[in-house]
Write a protein that binds this ligand. Structure first.
Ligand code: AMP
Ligand code: ZN
Length: 470
């Protein structure tokens, strides 16, 4: 499998540290608000990556943090604390909003068929781990104390800007207009590892530390949580492209300085979901949520399908018109699969199965090309394979795509058959099912004849009993 690696700027062959296993780390949500569908684009594509590793036979361990402390409104360590801002907005405590929005996040993920990673770790659970690593960085001379805070000293590194060759003077380092630059920093790119009470006095969550009462910076949490659960060498680190700098750049700086060796081999970045006016973001207010789409009558899995139609390394523009086009394609796909389910099922043809599967695997092996993988799905439906083989392939691809194709097709069949089948017939069908369950085949056949006399046919398929008007 080849996957684009932001670190090497190349599509690299994926080779894990330990044969057969993948350690995967995902930057989790900052839980001060609902996740918007842009955030969820990143999580959908990361979910596809994880599921494709599993499909490929790897044993995957995936860890996700929950940012419930330390993420300021500017990635350059200035501005307000996002969690505190959220708590003030809703007149609740930081812990209350963290709990509420963490649950809301996983509820949205479930609607989008995003698998919950094995290990979920809130940053506020790991304060001792942060203190250990920050102390190590101070001992090794990679960090300094200034104005009450502990900073990482980027000038101690041979190469800090690992992803891009930025020029220091061109960088605002996350400082936005109207936000004061931190004068404690020795170098513009330095970043905070630990804040103390000398700054941001209204911080609600604070902990004791060797440097005074305070709280961790945002970047340190991901390095520490990853090392805590996945060890000193990580296969794959994921996030949205905005995280590449400064967040992931800082993670690499501090992790490798602490460990004394290379840390993560592959960096997977998902490009942004944009609206007509630019990047969708929580801070800009007008963002869209899964619940909003649902309230407008969209199936969340259609949004997932919409995301899969584009490559993850291209930015994607969200408009309702684009989403409506995806609805039309999705419904056609489901209807086609629905009619396949109604056809008599022969034996799966393993030769056809393997031949048609190849198109899907080739697409996914080539830097997770989901749109080509969906073309491979259309190729299956158009092929001459028998319906059992086609259905088996749809089920197989959907282990990775997770767009609920069989489930939605069955529901479609149920609802379309339910509309036409009179109550009298439905109850005879149920009685016949019971008779078959009790192995009373004489009675089952008698009921079938009765149903036939009333003008209906019964078919047994792999997907269950189908009733049709003659
Ligand atoms: P946050 O909750 O702000 O920490 O972001 C959670 C994830 O969503 C991170 O991986 C971000 O990089 C990613 N993200 C933020 N905005 C977008 C967007 N508009 N499109 C895609 N991913 C995004
Ligand atoms: Zn992170």
């Amino acid at each position: 499998m080849k996957i684009y690696n932001t670190l090497t700027r190349n599509k690299d062959e994926f080779v894990p540290v330990e044969a057969g296993k993948v350690s995967m780390y995902t930057c989790g949500p900052t839980v001060y608000h609902y996740a918007h569908i842009g955030n969820l684009r990143s999580y959908i594509m990361e979910d596809v990556l994880e599921k494709y590793f599993s499909y490929d036979g790897y044993d995957v361990t995936r860890v996700m943090n929950i940012t419930d402390v330390g993420h300021l409104t500017s990635d350059g360590d200035t501005g307000d604390d996002k969690m505190l801002k959220g708590a003030k907005r809703e007149r609740k405590s930081v812990l209350e909003i963290a709990k509420f929005y963490t649950e809301a996040f996983f509820a949205d993920c479930a609607k989008l068929n995003i698998k919950t990673p094995e290990i979920i770790e809130p940053a506020s659970n790991c304060i001792d781990d942060f203190i250990k690593v920050i102390s190590g960085l101070l001992e090794k001379g990679y960090a300094y104390e200034m104005g009450g805070n502990i900073y990482f000293d980027t000038s101690k590194l041979e190469k800090y800007y690992v992803f891009n060759d930025f020029k220091e003077e061109d960088l605002a380092v996350g400082v936005r207009e109207g936000v004061e630059e931190d004068t404690n920093k020795k170098n513009k790119a330095d970043f905070v590892l630990w804040f103390t009470k000398s700054k941001f006095d209204d911080q609600e969550l604070k902990w004791d530390s060797p440097w005074g009462i305070g709280y961790p910076g945002w970047h340190i949490e991901c390095s520490c949580i990853s090392m805590k659960h996945l060890g000193e060498r990580l296969d794959m680190h994921c996030g949205g492209i905005d995280n590449a700098f400064p967040h992931h750049t800082n993670e690499i700086a501090q992790s490798e300085a602490y460990l004394g060796h290379e840390w993560c081999n592959y960096w997977f970045h998902v490009y942004h979901l944009n609206t007509n006016v630019g990047k969708m973001s929580k801070s800009s207010g007008g963002f869209l949520t899964v619940s909003l789409l649902e309230s407008k009558g969209y199936d969340p899995l259609v949004y997932r399908f919409f995301c899969l139609l584009s490559h993850y390394r291209k930015s994607l523009v969200f408009t309702y018109e684009n989403l409506d086009n995806a609805v039309v394609s999705y419904n056609k796909l489901v209807a086609k699969i629905g009619s396949l389910l109604n056809e008599p099922q022969e034996k799966i043809d393993s030769e056809d199965f393997e031949k048609l599967k190849r198109g899907f695997v080739q697409a996914m092996d080539n830097d997770l090309n989901t749109s080509l993988a969906i073309t491979a799905l259309y190729d299956v439906l158009k092929s001459n394979a028998n319906s059992a083989t086609k259905i088996a392939l749809v089920e197989d691809f959907d282990k990775v795509l997770s767009i609920g194709l069989i489930d939605r097709a069955k529901k479609l069949n149920q609802s379309s058959s339910g509309e036409n089948i009179p109550e009298e017939i439905s109850s005879l069908v149920e009685k016949r099912k019971d008779a078959r369950k009790n192995k009373d085949f004489v009675l089952a056949d008698k009921i079938r004849d009765e149903i036939s006399e009333l003008g209906y046919l019964i078919e047994e398929t792999r997907q269950g009993t189908i009733v049709k008007k003659k």
